[in-house]
Write a new protein. Structure first.
Length: 184
């Protein structure tokens, strides 16, 4: 009789442990999936940044502007291209966050150099792009990227996940913290 009771207790404890582990895994994987759903919005904003960079590079890369360009101008073009390449790659979010910040600075520098070119001032369409359309596009897409819902969702998830016992169990079972869109 004692042997049966012992096995029943062991089975009951095993069922409780399994239930706790299963509940932690299922709950946190669901929470993580909700965070990842918001990542699509961030990726859309990053794609808008890439498109703005393409437009900027298209104007800056015109033969009339690059034919007699100085080294600083060409360096500014290559920095914007490098930032754009990282944003459209499958790089980690940390690298994309850094490229996003760099793109803001590098695009502004290129736009200033571009707007100062006499050939741009002489071309009505390119002047409009360099002085109005592209700066506005870069500014708006940059603001939306920084304020994307994913940033706050990932930070909130990580705060809860790292501060609970069930989060610790889920981490042991393979659930990972959300990758934040922050420059480290």
């Amino acid at each position: 009789m004692k042997l049966r009771t012992g096995w029943a207790v062991v089975l009951l404890i095993a069922m409780i442990v399994f239930s706790v582990c299963f509940g932690a895994y299922r709950g946190w994987s669901g929470e993580r999936a909700r965070v990842e759903e918001t990542r699509a919005g961030l990726e859309t904003m990053l794609q808008a940044r890439v498109e703005a960079a393409y437009n900027l590079l298209a104007v800056a890369g015109r033969e009339t502007y690059t034919k007699n360009a100085d080294a600083e101008y060409l360096d500014a073009v290559s920095r914007v291209k490098a930032d754009k390449d990282v944003l459209e790659s499958s790089a980690p979010l940390r690298d994309k966050a850094e490229a996003n910040e760099n793109l803001t600075v590098d695009a502004q520098a290129l736009l200033q150099r571009l707007a100062a070119l006499p050939a741009v001032q002489a071309d009505e369409r390119d002047r409009m792009y360099a002085e109005s359309y592209l700066p506005q596009m870069m500014e708006q897409s940059g603001e939306k990227t920084v304020s994307a819902q994913y940033n706050s969702a990932a930070a909130e998830f990580n705060k809860k996940f790292n501060g609970t016992f069930s989060g610790m169990i889920a981490r042991v079972l393979g659930i990972r913290p959300a990758e934040e869109f922050l420059r480290k």
